[in-house]
Design a protein around this ligand. Structure first.
Ligand code: BTN
Length: 316
């Protein structure tokens, strides 16, 4: 419904045409219009012409994200929550209930947001907390490439939108300067040789002020607003991200990881420089050489030999 109305943005679309295209009764159309009105839309209804949306609400909802969304398939099914423990949890539930490839789950606030390494993820009302559900036709051992792909797509989208200089920290943080703007968490469900689904969750700080965080977060995090000095329309931010994500993901499915890898390396922090590497049993300093074809970190040890790491925390 919202897609048809947005395509007819300039003019009216008749109740008859809507009912034929959607295969539902005129009465059901009228009920939908009432729902949109209670969602904050102003609808002009003229008996001889039909319906036209005159203004839409300035808030994030499934309808407002869908309005003007330019993707071919990503985000055509949206689950939006005002407040929820974690969009990843809803992602798992929806996936089990057969939600389609490209479903997105967005929350205005999370009460038990999840970060990597079982850490908590602070999720107030000013950020964009989103999970993308994918059913990718790739083997499970390639799932980590999707995390790096997401970092590239998010960086490109946010750079295009804000012109801020955003870098990627291995494996999946977006930073401005040395502060974290966005974190990515990928969770997978599958069998040995087959992915059933992947949930790519990202937490992006959008309109937080420094004052909204206590010192423990303020020292390590930043937001689009802090860096640019202005508020951002979260709808526009998510729409831009979805468009970039869809393009990058389609390019990856067609051409493989190579292009993603070079885009990732172009924007990565500290390539060629010294980094501190912390693994479960070790801590050492080495030179960051780049990433492998599977997205693993390659660092040069003190004796000059390259070491490949699939899981580690890096800092500098
Ligand atoms: C990290 O530790 O850097 C990853 C943070 C990922 C946070 C996002 S917010 C949306 C989605 N839902 C969650 O509970 N976590 C991810």
């Amino acid at each position: 419904m919202i897609k048809l109305l947005s395509e007819n943005n300039a003019g009216y679309i008749s109740g008859q045409a809507l009912s034929e295209k959607l295969g539902i009764s005129r009465n059901a159309i009228w009920k939908h219009m009432k729902d949109l009105e209670s969602d904050g839309y102003t609808i002009d209804a003229i008996r001889s012409k039909g319906y036209r949306i005159v203004s839409f609400p300035d808030k994030v909802s499934s309808n407002t994200i869908r309005w003007g969304l330019e993707t071919k398939w990503l985000g055509h099914h949206i689950i939006h929550k005002e407040s929820t423990p974690s969009t990843q949890l809803i992602g798992h539930e929806s996936a089990r209930e057969n939600a389609p490839d490209g479903t997105i789950i967005i929350a205005e606030e999370q009460t038990a947001g999840r970060g990597r390494m079982k850490k908590n993820w602070f999720s107030d009302k000013e950020g964009l907390w989103t999970t993308i559900l994918l059913r990718p036709p790739i083997p499970p051992n390639k799932a980590s490439e999707l995390t790096l792909l997401t970092a590239v797509a998010l960086r490109d989208a946010l750079h295009q939108l804000t012109n801020l200089s955003i870098g990627i920290k291995w494996p999946n943080d977006l930073l401005i300067g040395d502060k974290k703007l966005c974190g990515i968490l990928t969770e997978m469900q599958g069998e040995q040789d087959r992915i059933n689904y992947v949930l790519i969750g990202f937490g992006l700080n959008v309109n937080q002020d420094e004052a909204s965080w206590d010192a423990s977060i303020r020292n390590i995090a930043t937001s689009l607003k802090i860096e640019s000095g202005k508020d951002w329309d979260k709808k526009e931010v998510i729409q831009t991200i979805l468009t970039y994500f869809e393009n990058t993901y389609e390019m990856y499915l067609k051409d493989g990881f190579k292009v993603i890898k070079s885009k990732w390396e172009e924007n990565a922090f500290k390539i060629g420089g010294e980094i501190k590497i912390k693994t479960f049993h070790d801590e050492w300093t080495g030179r960051f050489l780049g990433i492998s074809d599977e997205g693993a970190l390659i660092a040069e040890a003190a004796d000059g030999s390259p070491v490949t790491l699939y899981s580690a925390e890096i800092s500098w």
